[in-house]
Design a protein around this ligand. Sequence first.
Ligand code: AMP
Length: 192
Amino acid sequence: MIIILLGPPGSGKGTQANFIQNKLSIPHLSTGDILRQSVKNETDLGNKVKNIMARGELVSDDLVLNVIKERVSENDCDQGFILDGYPRNIIQAKSLNIVLKDIDRNIDRILFLDVDFSILQSRIETRSKENNDEKRADDTSEVLIKRLDEYKAQTEPLSEYYRNNKKFKKINGMKSISEVSLDIENFLDNGI
Ligand code: AMP
């Protein structure tokens, strides 16, 4: 099964992607994680994107497209995968259609985790004050607000782009984690 997970920063995409990964035993492909790993390993790609990511801006469509093309062609993606953080704008959504068409695959589910911006704002503040090992370099409140602005301008229009697609479902991401997982499970199992 090929699943796209959409939603703003702080909507719980990572948590729910882990849930889906465990349920379906398919890999969780997070372009953010892949890029962060490249930055850590100081690869050419990592060096190109480091400052852009630190500012909370989106990296170029070409760079992430290469990342995705390479990743989905790996063996562990044979049974499907969960895309978290890709596509991030309409250009990427169109590129994804082409990538999948080339390998003769289709999107099976498009999940949109819907969370009000007022709630995200307070989650962002909490996250920026946290001090744990999982805290990211771009988790300062200033950068998180920039990431939210990028989301509103570039990624939110995707919910309109996919709205009439029968595979698309908006899920209320303001419920508890286990309730959201249950709603996701229903949609994965029954397509409703
Ligand atoms: P994320 O972990 O998904 O929040 O992504 C962290 C950062 O990685 C973003 O703020 C962007 O700088 C970059 N990034 C991740 N995925 C993409 C994408 N599909 N397009 C452009 N930039 C991305």
